[in-house]
Write a protein that binds this ligand. Sequence first.
Ligand SMILES: *[C@@H]1O[C@H](CO)[C@@H](O)[C@H](O)[C@H]1NC(C)=O
Ligand SMILES: *[C@@H]1O[C@H](CO)[C@@H](O)[C@H](O)[C@H]1NC(C)=O
Length: 473
Amino acid sequence: MSVGFRCCALIPWMVLAAVLGSVLSLGEDLDRPLFGPPGSPIGVHESDPGLKKVMLFAEERYNRGSNAMHLRKISRFVSATKQLVKGIRYTITVELSNTLCKKSAMVRTCDFYPETQKLKTEVCVFEVWDIPWQGTSTLLKQKCSPKAEVEETNRVAEPTNSQPVEESVQLLGQFKDFMVKYKKDYSSQEEAERRLQIFQENLKTAEKLQALDQGSAEYGVTKFSDLTEEEFRSTYLNPLLSQWTLHRGMKPAPPAKTPAPDSWDWRDHGAVSPVKNQGMCGSCWAFSVTGNIEGQWFLKNGTLLSLSEQELVDCDGLDQACRGGLPSNAYEAIEKLGGLESETDYSYTGHKQKCDFTNRKVAAYINSSVELPKDEREIAAWLAENGPISVALNAFAMQFYKKGVSHPWKIFCNPWMIDHAVLLVGYGERNGIPFWAIKNSWGEDYGEQGYYYLQRGSNACGINRMGSSAVIN
Ligand SMILES: *[C@@H]1O[C@H](CO)[C@@H](O)[C@H](O)[C@H]1NC(C)=O
Ligand SMILES: *[C@@H]1O[C@H](CO)[C@@H](O)[C@H](O)[C@H]1NC(C)=O
């Protein structure tokens, strides 16, 4: 095995420079020949706005350079790739066919010939070099078949009056900001390019979520924007939860004695510790449970402690440490162990270690646990009366959430696909949208200072399905 490649702290910056520098260095001489591009070409989807613009450009150049009487237009998109060079080099394969319009018309709304034999369809490969910030597009190559008239046009510089700001450069800028902001290191250039591609896909998903959100949430770049859905799921979410069967029957929680007030927030009453960070470990279940017990202990004892998740990761044999767990199991494990140590005494490392629990250091104990009702109004009333609640939900929309009240459509947030455990700390209404305030365990730089706000009243993302709480007598 080669050892020479893994030592270099410079690699992330070399990668960054390779991927971005060549594209973003504005001062370079445009007429320099194109050297080998820094990355291999990557596939582009037909809907890519940058590609759309370049296809129109290619179509126009094609028509300008042909002797045909009729205007010919792209009748089918076949494939496209783009390479990050100084600017973007597109290679596009499309089919072009005759329209009914005479060339002189140059209008864009021309219908194709209804008779197929008159379409005279050609398959063309175009290479276009697009430098958005200079507003220039250059047709590097045009090659069409089956017609014999193969035209080769090399480096015909042709400035277009395009927008100076273009999506792909925006994308690179966003990716660069993302890498800097979240201190991302990639082990190789291939990896960086793969991450850029995932990043772009995730931006599209975020846009979709944004377009379909029924609440007021903003979705966009988050620190998880370079992870595929599978990676995100397996690292930060909890596979056990989706097949949740309670390890043991928990008693139902006694109903609240009074109806829910209009709003409530345990952060205003000192029952919630600062937001924590589970890191690269699927231990959300442990954070959800310690959050609940911190609240219960505060209400019983008057002191707000920060309790140990690592104890649960290491010593809770009923759960799967960094590979997921169930709050119901965790309560049972805590009862058996005799309690939880404090965060300072048994601090978080984010990977499973040998159990180092000692009874002498128990900071808080519990006596039993209860299961919450499924009705969101009853959950709210119980919360206001009894403290923050351990809940679980489908976290799909959370990967892209930035702020506001999230209300994703059910197709994005199937209530039966529960994969993340969190802490309900309050509820209320924001600009007419009822919400749950949810303490997450992905650091304070996630969402709104570490919190996620989810629409309340429609069982969104299955938020009502797995509420539970420890009981301290
Ligand atoms: C709270 O807990 C501490 C430490 O366990 C204990 O010394 C104290 O007496 C408790 N206070 C109340 C009011 O229960
Ligand atoms: C609750 O649990 C603690 C610690 O295990 C124990 O000392 C206490 O007696 C229990 N309380 C009741 C009412 O069972």
